[in-house]
Ligand binder design. Sequence first.
Ligand code: THU
Length: 132
Amino acid sequence: MEELIRLAFEIRARAYAPYSGYRVGAAVEGADGRVFTGVNVENMSYGATICAERSAIVKMVAEGSQRIRRIAVATKDGGAPCGICLQTMLEFCDHPSEVEIVAVNEALEPHYFQLSQLIPHGFHSSEVRRTE
Ligand code: THU
């Protein structure tokens, strides 16, 4: 996990956050062991902003991996991932209690969570079917 934290912290420098000034870096390790990094990318049309966690997950899926093993997030103050990112993480895991999330601040102080702790009742419906 230390290596994942280092990668999240380093990539944070590339965040594009001219509107909030709140830089976020993320590193996701897939079940196959590959690691994908991401940053928040803001937009003048604020709602078009993508968070660091989702930008890393988008890279993971585009590169052919669809299962998250763990994820590190680096911010100024150690903030945990937002609800949209947590729901996106749920999409790409089999057992939310086995997905480890670590949030670190600028001093690299870690706070560990399980995905199931942060989003215990995420959206799921058998009415919404998978077609692939
Ligand atoms: N942000 C993330 O990148 N990840 C989160 O989980 C929460 C928020 C970004 C979005 C926006 O660019 C900035 O942080 C302030 O909300």
